[in-house]
Design a protein around this ligand. Structure first.
Ligand code: FES
Length: 574
């Protein structure tokens, strides 16, 4: 394999040339305590660190950054840590999805504007993974993703608690009076016990696993719990490997093609992963110049079994998954459904990465002849209510709701829903279809995870645990229920969801992949003519930029001016 020479390095333009500017770069490096031999002729590796004091999922990243840097020094590189927006899922409002493109853009510009030859991307909390990868794909320097790893299992009175899933479950139990305030407080202190991202098969575990299957992580990396010593060793190995990748000029776009994305989608489906992966993988594929639509998820879902028995769809947690053999063990059960010749950052194919790995627990990672769900872990629906598509996780819904017709009960905004949902006089029954609008990419904006609409209190008390719910929002990967999500086009731009009124009949047929509003066309035309677009939520700043440029859910919610794989524009250095 052809190796770069030191003078071929991108950073050479900053440090190695006889110019006034290069003098400045070297003298300022000396100011920071570096001698020329520390960096001269070496690959400069950015360690993009999404640590912050208010992101518990990345609480170990200060230490991990030092471990990544240790590996970079060992391999003869020069590490430079660059802090980036942390996207703290639990704290940032209205949704970190409003800022995914911010971090993607920040990553691209950090890499573009600094003397960087390669990058280790440190992320894991929900949107950080797609954001970092999107930015790195656009810049297309050698890149390796270091996943944060899941936190340890939660505990309460001998039970294992799962992030998100058990929060929703016990919140409903509290609202229906089945547990006490004291119980609730104990759960609060037991559900998150260590650094690391959510340990259910939520968006974080889904996306880090998908990125490993894409080939952008070291094999096995995504399943290692954050608190495990193996996680620190993996961080060092990322540092060592990226230096070689620079010399060999292994860039992300040289690794990724349609086969890689098929592998990532199959992985998401076999894990029973988050619906959010649909949006993020479409956005990532567009950055990589790989054609991908939502329909590919539906095609692959029809043949892919759900093998991971992980919450919210199943019983176990990521710590159990790791002990069972982790992602490689799962993939080793799907060789006929994967493109084993796809290449990875490790310099081996996916097939080589999973060769010889065995599964040690058939309950956590089910056998092919005993799947958790035989197929259709995810379905893409179309119809008069969602001309450009919508998604549902059939396995997370009560079966009788997968073919259902019911009267719509419409909430115009989340505030409207919060104000009325528990009203004892609400005109609702178990067959009603709850509709939430103005929760999409432009309408909310930022498409928050509001799609698991709460069951009205009076129905909860009557024992109802699932209802058909429809919105243009997303749903947390740790949520569950008969929730139709990502309805496109969204209501805020006049999609059919904007025209639904209380009492209209809505029909879903998941097997036929249909979602229809049963109102005749003349009536809909009259409603459309009378419809007025709501005022935008943000009039300045990032929110305004977001509303003006974000694309719809079926297109990945990227910014229109960031999509595509145009060649990188390099800065002038004068
Ligand atoms: Fe960070 Fe769930 S809150 S991954």
């Amino acid at each position: 394999m052809q190796r770069k020479r030191p003078e071929d390095l991108r950073s050479h333009r900053w440090y190695g040339v006889p110019t006034l500017r290069a003098f400045g770069h070297r003298s300022r490096s000396a100011q920071m305590g570096y001698a020329r031999e520390d960096y001269a002729g070496k690959p400069v590796i950015a360690v993009v660190n999404t640590w912050s004091e208010i992101n518990p999922c990345h609480g170990h990243f200060r230490q991990r950054a030092e471990e990544v840097k240790r590996g970079i020094w060992q391999a003869g590189g020069f590490p430079v840590e660059l802090p980036a927006m942390s996207l703290s899922e639990p704290f940032q409002k209205p949704s970190t999805m409003l800022y995914r493109n911010f971090l993607a853009m920040e990553t691209e510009e950090l890499l573009r504007s600094h003397p960087v030859d390669g990058v280790v991307l440190m992320g894991g909390c929900d949107k950080t993974t797609p954001a970092l990868v999107m930015g790195a794909l656009s810049m297309n320097l050698p890149a390796i993703f270091m996943p944060a790893g899941p936190m340890l299992r939660g505990h309460w009175r001998g039970e294992h608690l799962g992030s998100g899933s058990d929060t929703w479950k016990y919140w409903d139990e509290l609202r229906s009076g089945r547990i006490s305030e004291q119980d609730w407080e104990e759960i609060e202190n037991g559900i998150a016990r260590s650094p690391g991202h959510c340990m259910t098969m939520g968006t974080a575990s889904t996306m880090t696993s998908a990125v490993e299957a894409l080939g952008l992580c070291l094999p096995g990396a995504a399943s290692i719990p954050a608190a495990d010593a193996g996680h620190a060793r993996m961080a060092v190995a990322c540092g060592r490997r990226i230096v070689d990748m620079v010399w060999q000029d292994i860039t992300p776009r040289s690794l990724l093609d349609a086969r890689s994305f098929d592998n990532a989608i199959t992985t998401v489906l076999a894990l029973g992963g988050s619906t959010n992966a649909v949006i993020h993988l479409v956005a990532m594929a567009r950055r990589a110049g790989v054609p991908l639509t939502m329909d590919r998820f539906d095609e692959l879902a029809r043949r892919t079994p759900v093998l991971a028995d992980l919450r919210p769809a199943g019983r176990f947690l990521m710590e159990d998954f790791y002990y069972a053999g982790g992602l490689r063990a799962l993939l080793s059960r799907l060789p006929d459904l994967l493109h084993l010749d796809a290449v990875t950052v490790a310099g081996v194919t996916l097939g080589e990465a999973i060769a010889g790995v065995s599964c040690v627990n058939d309950e956590v990672i089910r056998r092919r002849d005993d799947p958790l769900v035989a197929c259709d872990g995810l379905a893409v629906l179309r119809g008069s209510l969602a001309p450009d598509g919508a998604v549902i996780k059939p396995a997370a819904a009560e079966a009788h709701l997968l073919r259902h017709t019911g009267r719509a009960l419409v909430f115009d905004t989340r505030a409207d829903m919060a104000a009325r949902i528990d009203d004892p006089d609400l005109d609702v029954d178990a067959d009603s279809v709850l509709v939430l609008r103005n929760a999409g990419p432009q309408g909310a904006p930022g498409m928050p995870e509001w799609g698991q609409l709460p069951i009205p209190k009076k129905l909860l008390a009557a024992g109802v645990r699932d209802m058909l719910r429809i919105s243009d929002a997303r749903m947390s990967g740790t949520s569950y229920g008969a929730c139709v999500l990502h309805v496109a086009p969204e209501s805020h731009i006049g999609g059919p969801l904007a025209l639904v009124r209380d009492g209209d009949l809505i029909a879903i047929d998941v097997e036929a992949r249909r979602l229809d509003l049963l109102v005749d066309e003349d009536e809909l035309a009259a409603r459309r003519a009378a419809w007025q677009r709501p005022a935008p939520h943000y009039r300045r700043g990032w929110g305004r930029l977001f509303i003006e440029h974000v694309t719809q859910a079926n297109e990945g919610c990227d910014f229109d001016f960031l999509e595509g794989d145009a060649p990188t524009d390099e800065p002038d250095i004068f």
